[in-house]
Design a protein around this ligand. Structure first.
Ligand SMILES: C[S@@+](CC[C@H](N)C(=O)[O-])C[C@H]1O[C@@H](n2cnc3c(N)ncnc32)[C@H](O)[C@@H]1O
Length: 427
């Protein structure tokens, strides 16, 4: 009997709850993964539930495309959930076909409201099994509205290349506290050092048990997420402000470079992670709970980083739920917040100081449009173009204007999508 066969109904019930939470609201998956659905599950069941949910989310577009012609009318939500999870198990997980089908039928049987759909679930999943694995079509993987946006912004080929990375499970990227330690860490962790210094490893499992974790020699940070901070090139003794700091990857980079750092975030809860992370890697920062738009502090800084809240569409490799939880209206309302945050950030930069604005979004309203608007409103700032290769930025991501538009296909093995621009305040 395979491992997956031994994993029983409780793990699959948890996966159903995870999937429904992921599709119901932004951040729903994170809440569910740490919530009551996992209570009582063994570590192996929890890992299976998570893997099943992630596999389903990574292929959701293709799954729904295959399911649609098999259903004459929309079934209740839970039945749709079981069909989606069943199809993911049939084709993308190491689960025997009979177990993929019988477990979904058994879950339907548990609840009065879904019991009468047992026959439908069995017939549809058997039908899908007979049809065979759907051909890989990147365009089926993203919601149509996002695909259309990416086609407008990056062309048809660019959009297809972005979508093709949705199905790929990413490796883990780490940042070394001391850049000179990267090569030694890569060896310890069976990884490789990427341009810019991030370490990429195919290791899986509990991070806390990986070499050099307890010594605080590294932290987890996608290679794309590590690039914007490097553009600030902070020097020991400089002052730096991280205006949206939690959970803290960029704060750690600033502190590791020797800056005297203020790490601000609106969420006291998320800031606890910053404090914990700082303690583990033995670095320090002044941690402040405040709204970046109205923080009354009058200090100015050599380097200001604004990693603004955004639609996070660039992070779908690690968080495929962002594709399905995002809605078109979110982008416009987040863009308004970003504009207001940039206004506040501007006043906190010393004459001659640098401001880096970044978002983990692929949407131009949250990136290029923000910086164009900012520079038009603030003649006291000039764009300081990023030079090719700077900070480990892939060559393809450096735009003619001199900002970064990092797309997931810009690095072999993938990289999180980011926009980043550096501005300098005139003296
Ligand atoms: C993209 S995340 C920051 C990630 C972080 N820079 C890192 O590298 O780990 C955005 C953060 O902005 C915070 N945030 C949202 N609105 C805010 C506001 N008005 N003022 C300050 N922080 C805010 C959120 O709590 C969230 O932690």
């Amino acid at each position: 009997m395979s491992d997956a066969e031994e994993v029983g109904l409780p793990a699959r019930e948890a996966a159903a709850q995870f999937l429904e939470a992921a599709l119901a609201r932004r951040a729903g998956l994170d809440e569910a993964l740490s919530g009551s659905a996992t209570r009582g599950l063994s570590p192996r069941d929890r890992a299976f539930a998570r893997a099943l949910t992630m596999a389903t989310l990574r292929r959701l577009g293709a799954i729904d495309r295959a399911l649609e012609p098999k259903l004459q009318r929309a079934p209740p939500e839970r039945v749709k959930t079981l069909l989606r999870l069943g199809m993911a198990q049939l084709f993308w997980l190491d689960v025997p076909d009979h177990a993929a089908v019988s477990t979904m039928v058994a879950l339907a049987d548990r609840v009065q409201a879904t019991r009468k759909f047992k026959g439908l679930i069995n017939a549809v999943l058997r039908g899908l099994q007979r049809d065979g694995k759907p051909a890989d079509d990147p365009e089926a993987l993203a919601p149509a509205w996002l695909m259309a946006r990416w086609q407008t912004a990056f062309g048809a080929d660019g959009a297809r290349a972005i979508a093709a990375t949705i199905a790929l499970e990413p490796a883990t990227d780490l940042t070394a506290r001391d850049p000179a330690d990267a090569a030694a860490l890569a060896e310890l962790l069976e990884g490789e050092v990427l341009p810019g210094g991030s370490i990429r490893t195919a290791r899986r499992g509990d991070l806390a048990e990986w070499p050099a974790f307890a010594e605080g020699r590294w932290w987890v940070q996608d290679a794309g997420a590590a690039i914007p901070t490097r553009l600030l090139a902070v020097r020991p003794g400089e002052t730096a402000l991280d205006l949206c700091a939690a959970p803290g990857g960029k704060t750690l980079q600033l502190a590791a470079a020797g800056a005297s750092v203020v790490a601000l975030d609106r969420s006291a809860d998320r800031l606890k992670r910053v404090t914990e992370n700082l303690a583990r890697v033995q670095l320090s920062a002044e941690v402040v709970t405040a709204d970046a738009r109205s923080w009354p502090d009058k200090r100015t800084f050599d380097a200001v980083l604004l990693d603004a809240p955004c639609s996070a569409t660039g992070t779908f490799r690690r968080h495929p739920d962002v594709l399905w939880a995002a809605a078109p209206g979110d982008i416009a309302s987040l863009a308004e917040v970003q504009t207001r945050m940039l206004e506040s950030a501007a006043g906190r930069v010393k004459p001659g100081g640098r401001l880096v604005y970044c978002v983990c979004s692929l949407e131009p309203e949250e990136g290029e449009a923000q910086v164009r608007g900012f520079l038009a409103r603030h003649p006291e700032f000039t764009l300081a173009p990023v030079t090719p290769g700077e900070g480990g930025a892939p060559a393809a991501s450096v735009s003619p204007e001199g900002w970064l538009r990092i797309l997931p296909q810009h690095l072999d093995g993938g990289i999180d999508g980011f926009f980043a621009a550096r501005m300098v305040r005139k003296t």
